[in-house]
Design a protein. Sequence first.
Length: 297
Amino acid sequence: MNEYRMTNNRCPEFVGGYDSIVGNCEKDGWWNECRIHLQRCLDNENYTLDEFKSWSIVQYIPIWSTNPSVKDVMFDFLRSNIEPFLGNHDEERWKNVLIHERDFYRDVDDVTNNILLGDIGGVKSEITIGVHVLHWVILNQFGIDPKNLDFILEFGGGVGHIPKMVRKLGFRGKYGIFDFPEFSIIQQFYNNMEIVVINHLELIDLFLNNGDSGLFYSTWGFSEAPLELRKRIEQNLSCYKYCFILYQDEFEGIDNVKYFNDFANRNFNFDWTSVGLDGYPNNENNTYLIGVNRNYG
């Protein structure tokens, strides 16, 4: 893998700058703290992108940093939701995708004897991969298969796991991630420059001209965004055939249950289904909101 040294985190090869509605690092909030730490890493000449997996702030990103105290409950939860699907599905792509990032995680966790992945990864890696696969198991129940999609726009993409995973599931369309510029740098690097990173709302309009079968995809990202930004994103919702959002009940004082009930009522051209993430071992209730746009037949 090539080595990239970043001495300026405004590197024009990756991002257009920080002056967008996405926000700036002077604002309060958990995600802005993450941005500040990432900026320090990207500005430090002793840090290289090919070592980003070892950066403490990257390992602190939600899902990856799973609390070890709930690991047994989490394993049982993932098994009960994923194994029946895999057992009834003949296509090898679904069985193989569970180990699609084994090399990525091998040098992050201690190798352990795991329930889903055998001995190829550690506790956090198994949980991370399992949760990612669970999202697409849920989508598949609604007839949403990555191999049939023309484009996917992900709102908040972490370090960029999902585009790699869906390509192994047969996706051949355009994949875009709307995120903070600091995360975009890592996402592009991790995906070998094969995705579109978007830091300005105006660029979303251009990205949406990539076919009819599009998916808006966000797991906890959209539900953690400021209301002003959510409103702007929602203006383009009719351009997608499918919408998939995973949200927690509350985030930094915002009642997401009320918000997404109103959200579904406003976007009445979609058929909406809520699926509770029952048994997910944390201190919040989580809900999948899946929408199918009736205008696309």
